[in-house]
Design a protein around this ligand. Sequence first.
Ligand SMILES: [Zn+2]
Ligand SMILES: [Zn+2]
Length: 127
Amino acid sequence: MQPSIVTFIETILDAEAARQHHPSTQWHATDCNALPDVLNPGIETGSCTCGVPAQVLAEIQSRRALLDEHGDVNDGECGTCVDGHWGYPTHGGSSPQRYPCRSLRLLALPYASHEAYLDEWQPPTRR
Ligand SMILES: [Zn+2]
Ligand SMILES: [Zn+2]
């Protein structure tokens, strides 16, 4: 079975969060004290002074909150988004966006080259 767009994004966020929690896979600025000093390999590494892993984790937390806000499906429509000018068909006046809504599609878009990404998740072009 194909993963839902929510499962797809959750899986990626879980992997990114795990990477930022592990000392050997965290991202740091090149001058961060947490990185080993190649010129002085005997010196112990210190605490993170660049803040990059914490920043990435905060961004992941924010994206999780957005997922949560847009993951509710009501009869095939997003429980949060009302159609505006996003290019989805409207039924006259404002109507809920079809699921997955543009917000979910945009959250998944940075991973469009991932093997599990489905082309049908591409956000529609704005009119
Ligand atoms: Zn750092
Ligand atoms: Zn939505």
